[in-house]
Design a protein around this ligand. Structure first.
Ligand code: HEM
Length: 212
């Protein structure tokens, strides 16, 4: 039998081999999300290059997706549906199953600082993969919020007439473009750290693939 362990329920009689760390819905939505995010970022870079916000920032064509502006827009709008629908399923199940409450909260400042210091000294334990450390919790909640901001600012620049109040909330069309860009940058920064850590602790990668 396979049981998803609630990290705050030490009484559960589950042996190590039976412990399900990531249920199937988490793994499926995680990898679909990773694919959608990569497509959004790659095509977003190509779209950005057609009308850059910063003179010093231009993305090389080799790492952008879509070949030209119209091609990139097609990729961006196709991946957008995948990202939003898959993200909505993940968030709905995360709330409904209590996973977010169990695994991502509470986040205490003292624990974040202590875990951050331990990570810098290479002393952060990865023995128990069923529990996220405080830095991980902060990063995961942070990237979920960045996801909300990037979708909202994206809607503002995609349909500024239909979503005029949303666009106004960001301070107008031009400001929404900057917000969209900085949200992308924070997701890319998260991804860089996230992927490096997944490679440093390969058993966490295995758990996100096979569940255990
Ligand atoms: C493409 C390469 C990626 C790799 C190799 C990867 C790897 C992983 C691994 C190994 C875990 C489990 C961490 C652990 O148990 O300690 C994880 C969890 C997570 N990843 Fe990723 N990831 C990738 C992309 C992404 C992207 C693009 C996002 C979001 C923008 C993301 C957001 C998350 C979140 C929120 C969790 C926690 C999920 C939960 O427990 O509900 N990942 N990832």
């Amino acid at each position: 039998m396979v049981v998803e362990v609630a990290s705050n329920s030490p009484a559960l009689p589950v042996s190590e081999t039976e412990t399900l760390i990531h249920p199937r819905w988490v793994r499926v939505t995680h990898w679909v999300n990773a694919l959608a995010v990569l497509m959004m970022i790659g095509s977003g870079w190509q779209i950005y290059d057609a009308s850059p916000l910063f003179r010093v920032i231009e993305f090389p064509r080799q790492i952008a997706l879509g070949d030209w502006l119209a091609g990139a827009l097609l990729w961006h709008f196709a991946a957008m549906w995948l990202l939003v629908i898959n993200g909505a399923v993940y968030v709905a199940l995360g709330i409904a199953t209590g996973r977010f409450r169990r695994k991502l909260f509470p986040i205490r400042r003292r624990e974040v600082l202590a875990d951050f210091a331990a990570a810098l000294h290479g002393k952060l334990s990865h023995d128990d993969l069923t529990v996220y450390n405080a830095v991980q919790k902060l990063l995961y909640v942070g990237v979920l919020l960045a996801g909300v901001v990037i979708v909202a600012s994206g809607l503002s620049i995609w349909k500024p007439v239909q979503f005029k109040y949303l666009t106004a909330l960001f301070g107008g069309y031009d400001a929404a473009r900057y917000v969209h860009f900085f949200a992308m940058s924070s997701i890319v920064a998260f991804l860089t750290i996230h992927v490096v850590l997944a490679l440093v602790v390969p058993k966490s990668l295995r758990a996100m693939i096979v569940g255990r």
